[in-house]
Ligand binder design. Sequence first.
Ligand code: HEM
Length: 125
Amino acid sequence: MQHQTISRDNIRIMVDRFYSKVLKDDLLADFFIEKLGDEMISDEWQEHLDKLTDFWASITLGDTAYSGQPVKPHMHMEGLQRETFEQWLKLFFETVDRLYSKEAADIFKTRSEMIATNFMRLLGI
Ligand code: HEM
C-alpha cells in the first residue's frame, strides 16, 4: 500500500524496512553491525529505530521528540566514502518509493539528499 500521508506509524514501518535492507547490504551492513550488532530485535537496534522514527517525524511532521545530534556519530566512522552515501540513498529512495505516493516520497528524498550532501561536505569526501 502506498501512503499519501506521512504519519508516525508509517514512518516506523519505513524505518524498519530501510534498516532491514541496510543489514543485508554488502557496503553498508558493517558500519551498523559495528555500532549496533546484527540483530534488529536487540535493545541497541530498537533504540536506534525509535530514534530514527523521531528524527524523520521531526523533519516531516514537525514532531519535537528527536533531540539527538545527527551529525556527530558519522564524523567518527572510519571508511565512509561517497559511494557509501550513494548506496545509503539508493536503499532509502527504494524504501520510500515503495511505501509512499510520489509527493510524500519526494519529501523524504529531498531531505535525505540534502543531509547526506551536508555530511559528505563535513567529512571532506
Ligand atoms: C554512509 C551512510 C551512513 C551510514 C553508514 C550511517 C551509519 C549510522 C550509524 C552506525 C549510526 C548509529 C551510531 C551510534 O548509535 O553510535 C547512525 C546514526 C544516525 N544516522 Fe546515520 N548513517 C549514514 C547516513 C545517514 C544519513 C544520510 C542520515 C540522514 C538523512 C542519517 C541519520 C542518522 C541519525 C539521525 C542517527 C542518530 C544520531 C543520534 O544519535 O541522534 N545517517 N548512522
